[in-house]
Design a protein around this ligand. Structure first.
Ligand SMILES: Cc1cc2nc3c(=O)[nH]c(=O)nc-3n(C[C@H](O)[C@H](O)[C@H](O)COP(=O)(O)O)c2cc1C
Length: 287
């Protein structure tokens, strides 16, 4: 299916965008109005957008019903400061509760029983329960659309980072295994980054991988190896040497395995790939 966005209503378009651009991190934004009234609301149109200067950006949309501005947007226009608090599983239900459209004078910290902790340099308080909080000064507010669901990109410069001690690794960095972060999917669905759902991919940054196009054609055209298998093989810096291939082929156990069909050999290589033995897998495939 291919869709021309001009044929969709804003709500339909939003459903495709927010369903596919996921999981999204959640910015739990605390702001204050000109009279110092505190507001706390979640926004998943959110990300880090610059390392130096350190910038985060999130986007309160204009109301889908009447195009009115949300309190958070009005607040940062009046007082250009925000604390952006990170949401983990321990506070996900309280976070959700704060997204209720309470009247402007209601403090969502109180509604959700979250702890208001005074910030060091900005006026909005931070969320005591959040594993990580960022005190930010708002650099820019960019209106992106005038009607219902129009975005308003708030670009916020981080001036202080607070990390709760229990989420620090021994070397002072963030321990992503204990953070237990949540992300927003489409609709009412969330995802939880538990250790069992984390996986590592060798970084192709320092090395120059040969690329899938650098692999012999019988490997590229394999009916067994998946795109992920080929991607991992293509991340190797070089093909095995003829010597490495012949040494392996003369190994008694491997010799036996290589007598099987091409399919069996590819399955054997796939098993080694699964165990992280990429070089050996490629050598088998080439033997
Ligand atoms: C997890 C989550 C993510 C949300 N993300 C956004 C978002 O990116 N943009 C937006 O306009 N509203 C978003 N909402 C809805 C707002 O939180 C909601 O409209 C809230 O009432 C706005 O509060 P405010 O008027 O106090 O600023 C989200 C709600 C939840 C629960």
């Amino acid at each position: 299916m291919t869709i021309d966005t001009a044929t969709l209503t804003p709500r339909e378009t939003y459903a495709y965008l927010s369903g596919a651009v996921a999981p999204r991190p959640i910015c739990f934004a605390s702001t204050i109005d000109a009279n110092g009234k505190v507001n706390l609301s979640p926004f998943s149109f959110f990300n880090v957008v610059s390392g130096a200067p350190p910038l985060l950006a999130f986007s309160p949309l204009l109301s889908g019903r009447d195009g009115s501005a949300k309190d958070t947007l009005n607040n940062v226009r009046a007082v250009p400061e925000v604390t952006i608090n990170i949401v983990n599983h321990a506070i996900v239900e309280q976070m959700s509760l704060t997204s209720t459209a309470y009247p402007t004078d209601v403090n969502e910290f109180e509604k959700a029983a979250l702890t208001q902790v005074q910030s060091d340099v900005v006026t909005p308080p931070r969320v005591g329960e959040s594993p990580v909080s960022f005190e930010c000064v708002v650099d820019q507010v960019l209106p992106l659309g005038k009607g219902p669901m129009g975005g308003n990109l708030i670009i916020a410069r981080v001036v202080r980072i607070h990390v709760r001690d229990e989420y620090l690794a021994a070397d002072g960095t963030l321990d992503i295994r204990t953070l237990d972060l949540v992300g927003r999917m489409g609709g009412a669905d969330y995802i939880r980054a538990v250790p069992e759902s984390l996986f590592e991919i060798p970084k192709p940054i320092r090395t120059l991988g040969i690329g899938v196009d650098g692999l012999p054609v019988h490997i590229r055209n394999s009916t067994i190896l998946t795109g992920n298998n080929l991607g991992r093989l293509g991340n190797l810096e070089q093909l095995p040497t003829p010597e490495e291939i012949s040494n392996l082929a003369s190994n008694a156990g491997v010799k036996e395995a290589l007598r099987g069909s091409l399919e069996q050999v590819h399955r054997l290589a796939q098993a080694y790939l699964k165990r992280g033995e990429t070089k050996l897998a490629l050598t088998i495939l080439m033997a």
